[in-house]
Design a protein around this ligand. Structure first.
Ligand SMILES: Cc1cc2nc3c(=O)[nH]c(=O)nc-3n(C[C@H](O)[C@H](O)[C@H](O)COP(=O)(O)OP(=O)(O)OC[C@H]3O[C@@H](n4cnc5c(N)ncnc54)[C@H](O)[C@@H]3O)c2cc1C
Length: 384
């Protein structure tokens, strides 16, 4: 008797859907992956030259096992797709010792017994003169942090998935997902496809896709700004780690030069405005944001020319508690959802792809995903 492979559809091939496709295809599933745009496009959450990988996690010690697994899976994907995706150049969290993110990284490192180093302002200034610290500030160094390349990661995962037999349908917007007696019927580009299981990874488009519209994910606009380095070698990854900077005047993530010209910063301190529809993503920054980013650079990154040479905008899906939603889709059979990565999902994408594949093929996973359960946002009565 021949047993046919389970047919699994994935809606959305940003980094989470791409990793799910890779994981499912390597396990022999019959994968059909849809995206409204092309592979590695820049309209959603998974583009923009660089992403931070961190192991000492301010978001909570419960992520540490997922980060460790993710690290191994990044290396496995590099081997499978033949591209270099993650460079461990170390990472800094800089600010006052009692600043919430600075104390959270120290707490995480201590609770999980992770290697880290605490530098006072003088030691940090000597080792990392690219950053200006105020007296009394500290830098917490995570040696197992680094920089990921988003576009090659998405493309590499999809290419590897295809080599393992997946079908990737770019420029196929899914119009309808209808539950049937045996699984799901997907309609895209006027064609229907019957599958056994559905994985929903629509990122910031979650409110616009019927099966995920009940999950409280909102799209937000995140802007990245690039500033030319005066001394390029001093700002490359062998000398400049990734950094999260917290300061009363500004807050940003900071990425070393990867294009031979400029350091990227993503300002945090002005908040990330809600976007009604990611399809209407504004392609340039509000002047206030550009001015604030310039002021932050002038004050805290003395080796950069303080006028941005490039600005790009992206959409990301946020949940109310800023932790992702990963689990079986409430109220449906044979469907898994992984969305709402709230500005920190890229580094974890391989393990979330593995978890989505576990749920699709086995109905469960060895990883503890209780805190990410989609039902945590439902009224108490509906959860019982
Ligand atoms: C500027 C920025 C900086 C960030 N920095 C970091 C960082 O340093 N480190 C980190 O770990 N994380 C970071 N993040 C977060 C991380 O990048 C995201 O959490 C992650 O990329 C989310 O991926 P996704 O697949 O959920 O969403 P997306 O990449 O947006 O993918 C969703 C996909 O679904 C498709 N889709 C939606 N609806 C349909 C439909 N009906 N039919 C077909 N396709 C559909 C879309 O076209 C899209 O391709 C950052 C995010 C941004 C925006």
């Amino acid at each position: 008797m021949t047993v046919s492979a389970p047919r699994v559809a994935i809606v959305g091939t940003g980094v989470i859907g791409a990793m799910t496709a890779w994981q499912l295809a390597t396990r022999g599933a019959d994968v059909l992956a849809f995206d409204a745009y092309g592979r590695g496009h820049d309209r959603g959450a998974s583009a923009g030259e660089s992403r931070i990988f961190r192991t000492v996690y301010k978001e909570g010690v419960s992520y540490v096992p997922l980060l460790r697994r993710s690290h191994r899976l990044w290396r496995a994907l590099e081997a499978d797709c033949g591209r270099s995706l993650l460079r461990l150049c170390g990472g800094l969290t800089i600010g006052a010792p009692d600043e919430p993110d600075v104390s959270a990284v120290r707490r995480c490192a201590e609770e999980a017994g992770l290697p880290h180093e605490v530098l006072d302002a003088a030691a940090a200034a000597e080792r990392y003169p690219q950053h200006r610290l105020d007296p009394g500030e500290i830098a917490v160094r995570d040696p197992d942090a680094g920089v990921l390349r988003p576009e090659p990661s998405v493309q590499g995962a999809l290419d590897a998935a295809e080599r393992h037999g997946a079908r990737v349908l770019s420029y196929h917007r899914v119009e309808e997902c209808a539950e049937t007696a045996a699984g799901w019927r997907i309609t895209a580009e006027g064609q229907t496809h019957e599958v056994d299981h559905l994985v929903l990874t629509p990122g910031p488009w979650s409110p616009h896709l019927a099966p995920t519209s009940g999950i409280p994910v909102r799209a937000r606009l995140i802007t990245a700004c690039w500033f030319a380095a005066r001394d390029v070698p001093a700002h490359q990854p062998d000398r400049l780690p990734i950094a999260i900077r917290r300061h009363p005047d500004a807050g940003f993530s900071c990425f070393p030069v990867l294009d031979g010209v400029a350091v990227k910063i993503v300002p945090h301190h002005l908040g990330w405005p809600e976007l009604e529809d990611p399809a209407a993503l504004p392609r340039s920054a509000a002047p206030d944001l550009a001015r604030a980013a310039s002021a932050a650079v002038r004050r805290l990154l003395p080796g950069l020319a303080p006028d941005p040479v490039r600005i790009s905008t992206y959409a990301e899906g946020f949940t109310p508690d800023e932790h992702p939603v990963v689990g079986p889709l409430p109220g449906a059979a044979n469907a898994t959802v992984a969305t709402g990565f709230s500005g920190h999902g890229f580094k974890l994408a391989p393990v979330f792809g593995q978890i989505a594949a576990d749920l699709a093929l086995n109905g469960g996973t060895e990883h503890d995903i209780t805190p990410l359960d989609p039902r945590r946002f439902a009224p108490a009565a509906a959860r019982r």
